[in-house]
Design a protein around this ligand. Structure first.
Ligand code: SAM
Length: 268
């Protein structure tokens, strides 16, 4: 019977939790990038190391073939493999039921932790294997964002593209080699980001000054009537405005002007 394929997320040779450790120690084959295999060497795990990364067709074939022979394959990944990672490919090729996934924290989770900021209200984009322009469009209007960069689009290229796109000022953290022995975090601004020279194994956190700890940026449905200019109470009441706005299912960005017109009390 075919074995399930394990995928274990790592940072600097460290995994998260006992189930990840069981998967690593029980593996016949440890498949990963050279750096990941080196980082794991001191743990003395015992599985046969197979250096294979970036060649995704080969990886899927190897996993399927060896698992069908009853071999326990453990694929090594960065951080959370379900977050812009190898789970997408292997779930598509082998089926989700063929996988046991053991994530470590994602690099974005670690980056916001280093900045000491919550990130439930952040927009996350990537230019790893995708066009830089898409990431710039996704984050330049957002008060809090993180971008996964890459050798083709390193942090300074992101900075230059944000400046060219007219992105307003941002506090910037370039978080590099998170969880590794040589981790670094550089705090700067957009000009410093654009003019710097950074390691591409980084996450760039971008926060509008003052927006770091503000609550999740919600749209204020149904503000009190006193928040608007109106004439002698001629204004749709807060409860009705809130329902009207909620039913419009507005997208996160854009301009709606105006339902009911007049005082602008429904304008967003
Ligand atoms: C294909 S994505 C993988 C993301 C990964 N699954 C995660 O949980 O963060 C690769 C990108 O993630 C970011 N990344 C991965 N590991 C990192 C680390 N240790 N430090 C900083 N950024 C990292 C870099 O932007 C890198 O180009």
């Amino acid at each position: 019977m075919a074995e399930r394929v394990s995928i274990v997320g790592l940072h600097g040779g460290a995994w998260y939790g006992p189930s990840a450790e069981r998967a690593l120690r029980g593996a016949d084959l440890l498949v990963g990038a050279a750096r990941q295999l080196e980082d794991l060497a001191p743990a003395g795990l015992g599985g046969e190391p197979v250096e294979l990364w970036g060649r995704m067709d080969e990886l899927a074939e190897l996993c399927a073939g060896r698992a069908a022979q009853g071999r326990r394959v453990c694929v090594l990944a960065a951080g959370d493999p379900g977050f812009f990672g190898v789970v997408r490919l292997l779930a598509a090729r082998l089926g989700p039921d063929a996988l046991d996934v053991h994530p470590a924290p994602s690099s974005v989770s670690l980056a916001f932790a280093r900045a000491g900021l919550p990130w439930d209200d952040a927009v996350v984009a990537t230019c790893h294997g995708r066009p830089l322009a898409g990431a710039v469009a996704a984050v330049s209007g957002s008060p809090k964002a993180a971008v996964l960069v890459s050798p083709d689009s390193p942090p300074e290229a992101l900075g230059a593209a944000l400046v060219a796109a007219g992105c307003p000022e941002r506090d910037v953290w370039v978080c590099t080699r998170l969880g590794e022995g040589d981790e670094s975090v550089v705090c700067t601004d957009l000009a410093g980001l654009a003019g710097g020279c950074f390691d591409p194994l980084s996450v760039v956190v971008l926060v509008s000054p003052g927006a770091g700890v503000a609550g999740a940026a919600g749209v204020a449905w149904g503000l009190d009537e006193a928040a608007y200019e109106h004439r002698a109470g001629m204004i749709t009441k807060a409860e009705v405005r809130a329902v009207a706005l909620a039913k419009l299912s507005l997208p996160p960005r854009g301009v709606l002007w105006d339902v009911g017109a007049g005082s602008g009390s429904v304008a967003v």
